[in-house]
Design a protein around this ligand. Sequence first.
Ligand SMILES: N[C@@H](CCC(=O)N[C@@H](CS)C(=O)NCC(=O)O)C(=O)O
Length: 254
Amino acid sequence: MLELYHANHSTCSQKVRLCIAEKGLDFKGHLIDLGAKEQLDPYYMKINPNGVVPSLVHDDLVIIDSSVICEYLDEVFPESSLTPDNAYDRARMRQWMRYIEEVPTAAVRFPSFNMAFLPRFDGLDEESFIAEQADVRPLRKGFFRRMGPTGFTDEDIKESFDRITRTAERMEEALANGPWLLGDMYTLADVIVAPLIDRMVDLGMADLWEQSCPRVTDWYARIQARPAFAEAFYSGARLTEFLDIRPWSKHAHG
Ligand SMILES: N[C@@H](CCC(=O)N[C@@H](CS)C(=O)NCC(=O)O)C(=O)O
């Protein structure tokens, strides 16, 4: 049996849900309440010592980290494969996966917090924020300390937008040989970048690439048209469905 510990709106969880849906697998879901810091609860930290979602439990095996989970699932359940069968193309896919982890995955967190999650910390002064929100996180202590209770600086956000635009430009180039990032085959590279593009669209930031990267816009439309997409991005999976989206600049918050 597959059990997935996840959160509806978490892009890392969406990566795994999209992979599961593409492969037509069944899973038992356990929703983790990130706003209530359930991911830091001792019962969950035993499953995932990084204190983040998602985590997969396959029978009695625990697998953590969204990209690793996707590769594991694709290996263990080879039907509807999302991995090329020759070594060179697998290397190309993994190059994309590493790049996606390093550049857009990290970048998307900055506007997500400034524009959607900051109200979670309303009323906390710097000291309580550090103690209650930053220092308790094994993986994101530095990120939370840098953000503070009032959000990231305009400089941080602009740098993150730049990384997202550069990602779209790199995708645009690859999609010249599309329809998918690796060419004809839809792979895990497409799966794990899709939630990041979707998040930026949800935050109203698609204009970062819409003019300059039309193939990315077409690629996103093709992904959305896949039946698996609706399964992974069910109602309640997008921030705009339950949170107010605020301007990205903290100076605009008044
Ligand atoms: N590298 C990890 C990162 C997971 C991650 O950052 N998850 C976020 C949601 S997308 C989370 O659980 N955040 C909670 C927190 O920062 O405390 C993965 O890909 O699974």
